[in-house]
Design a protein around this ligand. Structure first.
Ligand SMILES: C[S@@+](CC[C@H](N)C(=O)[O-])C[C@H]1O[C@@H](n2cnc3c(N)ncnc32)[C@H](O)[C@@H]1O
Length: 259
């Protein structure tokens, strides 16, 4: 990731941190991750944990979870949310400010995961390899790593701006207009998110955040994981664990570190 794109991703999440949980208020992935974390019977690592949308519910089930993220604002929101949790849940959470490509932790984990396409913040093959290698080194033998990304839809390559979210945040109404362009040769999505913050008075402040994602294909992701030493047990196409098909919305790789 070049310094410029690292700044871009920081700018995006600095902007979104305070209202991230309203933007991404989805819960459909909670049972999938909490169940896998519980059945791992050991400590769990969530890469790019953000505001703890998933890590906190995992900790509530009594599982020890380490959340790693490089954005200070997102981690501040995580810590603020954690204050409202029970002592038992708090004890199960460990937060690390760090980069998924270059982290070094003292612990080895039974289960690691990276959800909601956050893996695509790795913008080069070297970054992807470094991230996957790092996770491999931090897993116990037989440990599981789940990578969940969207299945790229190359028909959505044109730039179209549309309103996709309206949320209320205090006295402000926030409108989001995403647009994106795909470079199908480099597998890079150039994305813009236009945010309009509308005050009660009608005054509007606009903020545009631009960032990139590197999308990956199913076979590519499997090769990447195998290249780092993982055995890929399954590839699902959605959170109901239906096997991956070309038209699936998601690519969910279940990779195991051999014993
Ligand atoms: C879409 S959010 C996902 C947050 C959370 N996992 C969830 O499910 O809601 C993506 C997160 O990735 C983090 N991130 C991006 N690049 C990163 C990197 N290289 N290392 C660690 N975290 C990173 C961002 O700071 C942000 O919090």
């Amino acid at each position: 990731m070049s310094p410029k794109s690292a700044n871009a991703v920081t700018d995006r999440y600095d902007t979104e941190a305070s209202f991230y949980d309203y933007l991404y208020d989805r819960t459909e992935d909670l049972p999938f991750y909490t169940e896998l974390a519980r059945s791992a019977k050991g400590p769990v690592l969530e890469l790019a944990c953000g505001t703890g949308r998933l890590a906190i519910p995992v900790a509530r089930t009594g599982v020890d979870v380490t959340g790693l993220d490089m954005n200070k604002q997102m981690l501040t929101v995580f810590r603020r949310k954690l204050r409202r949790e029970s002592l038992a849940t708090k004890k199960h959470v460990h937060l690390v400010e760090g980069d998924m490509r270059h982290f070094q932790l003292e612990r080895k984990f039974a289960f690691a995961f990276i959800a909601i396409s956050s893996f695509l913040h790795n913008l080069t093959i070297e970054d992807e390899e470094s991230c996957v290698r790092n996770v491999f080194e931090h897993l116990r033998p037989n440990g599981i790593f789940i990578v969940e990304v969207f299945n790229p839809d190359l028909s959505r390559s044109g730039r179209v701006v549309r309103l996709d979210k309206v949320i209320r945040h205090g006295d402000t109404t926030i409108l989001r207009f995403p647009s994106q362009e795909m470079d199908t040769r480099k597998q890079i999505i150039d994305a813009n998110l236009i945010y309009d913050f509308v005050q009660k008075s009608g005054a509007v402040r606009r903020k545009v955040v631009s960032f990139q994602l590197r999308y990956v294909f199913k076979d590519e992701l499997v090769s990447l994981l195998e290249g780092a030493g993982f055995r890929v047990d399954a590839v699902y196409g959605n959170l109901d664990m239906v096997p991956f098909q070309t038209e699936s919305p998601l690519i969910i790789c279940v990779a195991r570190k051999p014993t």
